[in-house]
Design a protein around this ligand. Structure first.
Ligand SMILES: [Mg+2]
Length: 167
């Protein structure tokens, strides 16, 4: 059993923008979000996320994400790979609690918080951005939200084919 587990490909999954709908929540506090520069977004996000209690814990799951992850965990060794907000220390705790809120105990201890995602060894990374090392990941970066991988239906189908081709 343990052997079989070790043979499974390692699949990392980002949280914000892939599992958790960060953008919808931040836009509730910052309707002008789409018109801000990246620098402005960073500053304003720190302020809002640091002052709204449980901001991260209460993020809604992205459509289809929870079921897809549960299905994929049958075939992949799944880890959550997320960059928490350094200036918002509560985000570290709330990401851990978010996993517990939405997944069963088989996902315990599967959370990795880092700003250097490329240092993690693995086969696939589903991430909506290239920042924090995602673009330099050693395996395949499945760029969530792009034309090729617009949503979880497409991503799950793609990874299911990967599993079938490996059998
Ligand atoms: Mg993200």
């Amino acid at each position: 059993m343990e052997n079989q587990k070790n043979e499974r490909k390692i699949l990392y999954i980002d949280m914000d923008g892939v599992l958790a709908d960060f953008e919808s929540s931040i836009k509730r506090y910052l309707p002008e979000w789409d018109n801000l520069s990246d620098e402005e977004k960073g500053d304003r996000t720190d302020d809002i996320c640091g002052s709204v209690p449980n901001f991260f814990l209460e993020l809604e799951p992205i459509h289809g994400a929870l079921d897809a992850v549960k299905n994929l965990a049958e075939f992949f060794d799944v880890y959550f790979l997320s960059a928490a907000m350094w200036n918002v220390p509560e985000s570290y705790t709330e990401k851990r609690l978010w996993i517990e809120k939405h997944f069963d105990s088989s996902f315990r201890k599967k959370l990795i918080l880092t700003h250097r995602k490329n240092l993690n060894i693995g086969d696939y990374l589903i991430d909506d951005r290239t920042s924090h090392g995602a673009g330099d990941f050693m395996g395949e970066h499945i760029h969530f939200g792009t034309q090729k991988f617009p949503n979880w239906t497409v991503v799950e189908e793609y990874l299911s084919k990967v599993v079938m081709n490996n059998q």
